[in-house]
Design a protein around this ligand. Structure first.
Ligand code: IVH
Length: 734
């Protein structure tokens, strides 16, 4: 039964839901605790989205729905920092640290303590809170003024929009200090495929840990205005995943997590920032009338205000303890979610910090000890040129094996021809390999004094190392390509491997060796041939027996029911990853409409830019590609959306239509779909479209600019008013 909510009731409900969801988000993102199932969480969120839609003026500034972003910032405003954002003096030597210690003693005597923290390799941020609300998030800039990136920062879930967070339930185990290390997120996680669920929440199931600090209870008096500073970062895990996805779709790879985080923060569309899953460690609190006297105390209390503080910090009584801390973290730092390039050493007491003061550039009460990047010399033996699925060539250096930070390094990527040129390396050279704050080793230079006479410059290959076709280099791109798409073996193999992977056709029992055998024996030439494979052909392959042959045939047959979006991704169109495939499938519904779409129509689709549109147009221009699609259609693959069938699991074919018996009125203008398209979707899902609002109506699908009278009528009748987003959510398959 739907009844009409009064404004007062709606306000209370919105308040309650906001606090509850923020609390669960905080628990999850700061403490890795999931107190609620994904399903229940999504239900709460849905209720809030719906209420905020009905009562937009009641939406709170700290609403968790803000986390999805959507704000477009054309130009970032410049904002002056209240306190300048200084940088830190750096040292690589213990001697200089001892000098620092002596300078401090000279100024404030021997009665002081240090706090040591990790030096996170990210982007510094200043977060300003007024009356408990996050008002401004500003980059460091030149230290005096920075860019206002508030809309983007609001999408980062570990940054509270409201501080302190409201706490609807009491803490589980109110002890002080000692926070559990955040779980590696996404492990055993149903939504950990790199895509972000509506609010970027990826639950790791079942983890229960006690949290430190009484939430609410024992929280120091939070000043009405304060500023925290910290480091925004992209975790190595998220970065690697992002690069894997980019590699998969033939995009150039991102250089490192720090630059990626920094670039992400300057994006104009905050909803893309939301998907990038940035994170933030807070390392300082400033403001007038602060409730604490020491840095230690603020690090203990900040988590209770809702901030994420790395639990790696430690109080040290003297410089020897500091040196021990530095040693301890030298190798341990590689286990952290973010690159750690050093240690920050701070005087604990705020008053002593004040006495020590600062130079124009850096404070005298802190110093950074930087770890030398682990480096080794070794010999460059040869260079392999790998050919990827899209024909992209990647040069990889083969090195004389050398131990670096505890692991043996034999190979290092050279990325592209420019990098080889830049390094100026030659075969047989003694080169330097480094492992910095991140885990992947890189070649940083060459020892010219050891170069053997008569060794020539490396000439970049001109022909494909496998099929011999002359390579091409597209304008404005650094990568060389083998254009022999249809006959170059590693490209064919790569396409088949891409086609069968889990996110694509999900065909079990078909590993790289089997694909190799099938290609060698001429049993397949492309992905469509898979659907013609016979048991008799498979049983003769190496390592195949009756059961494995039958399983593979079954796996291939079962893949025919894979959803359109996964099939679209499986085709391996350049720049079409799974997320783009989902957007295209939802927009065009079937492959024919997509194939016929012009460049202009394609770039009209949200999130489809120039590069993707061009790539699609090029793909569908190819006769060979169209023939392949026709063949796949013939085998029964699903080249159209069938949202009423939950085919993903292979179960529920013929399952009840999602909107069966439900009635809709569509009104207004919509962002992603035309009204005709929405009608079609409702019908496809078993719903009915009506033309006028009545008491019997189930849903009013309301777009922009809909008439106020209609809206009022629906409200008076207590009709469910839903947005385009809500609707898409409703018809999303489970
Ligand atoms: S304290 C007065 N603590 O390192 C500067 N900085 O050059 C106080 N950083 O811009 C900074 N981890 O972005 C501090 N635990 C940490 C840090 C840290 C990383 C960065 C910060 C700053 C730079 C200093």
């Amino acid at each position: 039964m739907h009844y009409l909510m009064t404004k007062e009731e709606a306000k209370n409900k919105i308040e309650h839901l906001t606090e509850k969801i923020n609390h669960y988000n905080h628990q999850y993102y700061q403490h890795s605790i999931s107190d609620i199932s994904d399903y229940e969480f999504d239900q709460l969120l849905k209720q809030l989205i719906k209420l905020e839609h009905e009562f937009p003026y009641l939406k709170r500034q700290d609403s968790p729905t803000l986390r999805v972003g959507g704000t477009i910032t054309k130009e970032f405003d410049t904002i002056k920092h209240k306190y300048p954002m200084l940088s830190l003096d750096n040292t690589y030597s213990e001697e200089e640290l001892k000098d620092f210690d002596n300078r401090v003693k000279k100024n404030i005597g021997n009665d002081f303590e240090y706090v040591c923290e990790l030096k996170f390799d990210g982007v510094a941020i200043s977060l300003n809170y007024e009356k408990g609300m996050l008002t401004k998030a500003v980059t460091r800039g030149d230290g005096i003024q920075g860019d206002d990136i508030t809309a983007n920062v609001k999408t980062i879930i570990s940054i509270p929009l409201k501080s302190p967070p409201l706490t609807p339930s009491p803490p589980k185990s109110p002890q002080r200090g000692d926070f559990p290390t955040p779980l590696p997120k996404g492990k055993g996680d149903s939504k950990s495929d790199g895509k972000v669920p509506p609010l970027g929440r990826t639950m790791s199931s079942g983890h229960r840990a006690s949290i430190a600090g009484g939430r609410g209870a024992g929280r120091g008096a939070v000043p009405s205005s304060f500023e925290v500073r910290g480091e925004l970062f992209m975790s190595t895990k998220v970065f690697n995943k992002l690069n894997e996805e980019r590699e998969e779709i033939g995009e150039t790879l991102l250089a490192n997590p720090r630059n990626t985080a920094s670039g992400t923060l300057k994006m104009q569309d905050s909803s893309i920032v939301a998907k990038r899953k940035l994170d933030c460690f807070i390392y300082s609190l400033s403001g007038e009338n602060l409730p604490y006297k020491t840095h230690e105390k603020s690090l203990e209390e900040l988590p209770k205000w809702g901030f994420k503080v790395s639990d790696a910090w430690q109080k040290c009584k003297n410089i020897n303890e500091v040196l021990e801390y530095i040693k301890k973290w030298e190798t341990k730092r590689f286990d952290q979610p973010v690159g750690i390039d050093g240690i920050v050493i701070k005087i604990n007491n705020f008053e002593q910090q004040r006495i020590l003061g600062a130079t124009a550039k850096s404070p005298r009460w802190a110093i950074a000890y930087k770890y030398k990047a682990e480096s080794a010399n070794t010999k460059l033996l040869s260079i392999d040129f790998q050919v990827g699925r899209t024909g992209a060539i990647t040069p990889v250096a083969n090195l004389q094996p050398v131990t670096l930070a505890g692991t043996v390094v034999k190979r290092a990527s050279l990325h592209n021809a420019n990098e080889i040129e830049r390094l100026g390396i030659r075969i047989s050279d003694t080169i330097y390999v480094e492992k910095g704050g991140e885990i992947i080793p890189k070649i940083t230079g060459v020892d010219l004094s050891k170069r053997l006479p008569g060794i020539k410059k490396i000439e970049y290959i001109k022909k494909c190392p496998v099929c011999g076709t002359p390579l091409k280099r597209k304008e404005e791109e650094v990568i060389h390509y083998c254009p022999n798409e249809s006959a170059c073996p590693p490209q064919i193999k790569g396409r088949i491997e891409h086609f069968i992977q889990r996110k694509a056709m999900n065909i079990d029992g078909l590993g790289p060796e089997t694909i190799e055998q099938l290609l060698e024996k001429d049993l397949i030439k492309d992905v469509a041939d898979l659907y013609e494979l016979k048991y008799e052909q498979l049983i003769n392959l190496e390592r195949f027996a009756e059961k494995s042959a039958l399983n593979l045939i079954e796996g291939i047959q079962n893949s025919k029911i894979v959803d359109f979006e996964n099939l679209l991704f499986a085709l391996g169109i350049r720049f079409v990853g799974i997320t783009v495939a989902e957007i295209l499938a939802a927009h065009f519904n079937n492959i024919d409409a997509l194939a016929q779409a012009s460049y202009e129509q394609l770039i009209e689709v949200p999130e489809i830019g120039d590069k993707i549109a061009q790539s699609l147009v090029e793909y569908f221009k190819s006769k060979k590609k169209l023939q392949l699609i026709e063949r796949l259609k013939k085998y029964g693959l699903k080249f159209a959306l069938t949202p009423n069938l939950s085919a993903k699991s292979g179960e529920g074919v013929g399952a009840p239509l999602l909107l069966k018996g439900k009635t809709f009125v569509i009104s207004g203008v919509f962002e992603s779909f035309s009204r005709e398209e929405l009608k079609e979707k409702i019908k496809n899902n078993g719903g009915k479209v009506l033309s006028s609002i009545s008491a019997k109506l189930d849903y009013l699908l309301a777009g922009n600019k809909m008439g106020p009278a209609k809206l009022q009528k629906a409200k008076n009748l207590g009709t469910n008013i839903i947005s385009e987003k809500d609707f898409l959510y409703m018809i999303k398959k489970g």
